[in-house]
Write a protein that binds this ligand. Structure first.
Ligand code: FES
Ligand SMILES: [Fe+2]
Length: 351
């Protein structure tokens, strides 16, 4: 793959772990956005993510740092830092160093995952990580699904791909037939790129012989920035998925994929995932792996050679994506009216 000509520091929420990986008291080392970081969970259960280096003399807190109550203690001279990264104790002085603060990232736990907000301008979060249950408002909760971690997940670290590639799936109707072997090309029923959270719904089926006209199944997705999507299927094996792509450095990203499979009758109360759940999750993961196989060797094409039917969708998606890049103000934007005209033209097949 050639490195994408897109910033690897987009603004948004990015998955850095699954929740169960960060146990109480653990100090977990990781690298994202070209920075060494640590994630740690306090005694009360709060997860914090910091830049890894102590503001005193620069020890890496992931090598010997430990959690005491609500604070992270540096292994070098015992300075203590609270969940916001503020110094609260210098063990050999009467007062803490109130002026020093380790960079801490806004952090949320949702959908069994840990997310950090990354923004080069350090603005506060201005959108949320979607809730894979509440935000589809169909009344289902996590209890209706097998717990996905770890059996129904895929973790592929250090791939040469960009988060935007995954989002482009949401307008790329033609790839389904070739990569996912669907019997027909899915049709998009909703494309809403109006804000930082976008909505993409489509009709899709996997059974042989199904046609667009006869299909009674589909997928709805909510995409918040470039780092997180949640999807819900209807009319097929009851599944929800959560692809998440997090830049590690200028050329690579970690990919995580989590699959919730609806419990089958008789398995409402099993504590973990069952064989059935694992097999079904395996089918879903296989489809996602087929995408990864393409993405991880792809060269970002700009401008791409699009067919008439593809033009409006890709144009809208790529225009939407620019808002997350640090240099976005410098880009020429297409007025809303022009986008609408392109969409209408594409719907008529004449763009
Ligand atoms: S380097 Fe962390 S306490 Fe000294
Ligand atoms: Fe795909």
């Amino acid at each position: 793959m050639a490195p994408p000509p897109l910033s690897m520091e987009p603004t948004g929420w990015f998955q850095v772990a699954w929740s169960p990986e960060i146990t109480v008291g653990a100090v977990h080392k990781m690298k994202y956005f070209g920075r060494e970081m640590v994630a740690w969970r306090s005694a009360s259960g709060r997860v914090s993510v910091f830049d890894a280096y102590c503001e005193h003399l620069g020890a890496h807190l992931g090598y010997g740092g430990h959690v005491e109550g609500e604070n992270l203690v540096c292994p070098f001279h015992g300075w203590e830092w609270n969940a916001d990264g503020r110094n609260v104790c210098v063990p050999y002085e009467k007062h803490p160093n109130k002026g020093r603060r380790i960079r801490s990232y806004p952090t949320v736990e949702r959908n069994a995952a840990v997310w950090i907000w990354y923004d080069v301008e350090r603005r506060e979060p201005y959108f949320d990580v979607p809730d894979i249950f509440a935000d589809f408002s169909d009344g289902k909760t996590a209890d209706d699904y097998y717990p996905p971690i770890p059996a129904a997940t895929l973790y592929r670290p250090g791939l040469e791909l960009h988060p935007q590639y995954v989002m482009e799936n949401g307008v790329d109707f033609a790839h389904f037939k070739f990569v996912h072997k669907t019997p027909f090309m899915p049709e998009f029923t909703r494309h809403d790129f109006g804000g930082p959270v976008s909505y993409v719904d489509f009709t899709i089926a996997f059974e042989e012989g199904a046609t667009l006209e006869s299909a009674t199944s589909g997928v709805e997705s909510i995409n918040a920035g470039l780092g997180v999507s949640v999807t819900r299927s209807w009319g097929m094996i009851d599944n929800r998925t959560m692809p998440a792509v997090t830049p590690v450095d200028e050329t690579t990203s970690d990919v995580r994929f989590t699959v919730w499979i609806g419990r089958k009758p008789g398995e409402e109360d099993t504590p973990g995932i069952t064989k059935y759940g694992e097999v079904m999750a395996g089918f879903v993961i296989e489809q996602f792996e087929a995408d990864i196989h393409i993405w991880s060797h792809q060269r970002y094409s700009d401008p791409p050679a699009l067919s008439r039917k593809e033009f409006a969708g890709f144009r809208a998606l790529r225009q939407w994506a620019t808002q997350f890049y640090p240099e976005s103000e410098e880009l020429v934007t297409v007025p809303r009216s022009e986008l609408d005209r392109l969409r209408a033209a594409a719907a008529l097949g004449s763009a």
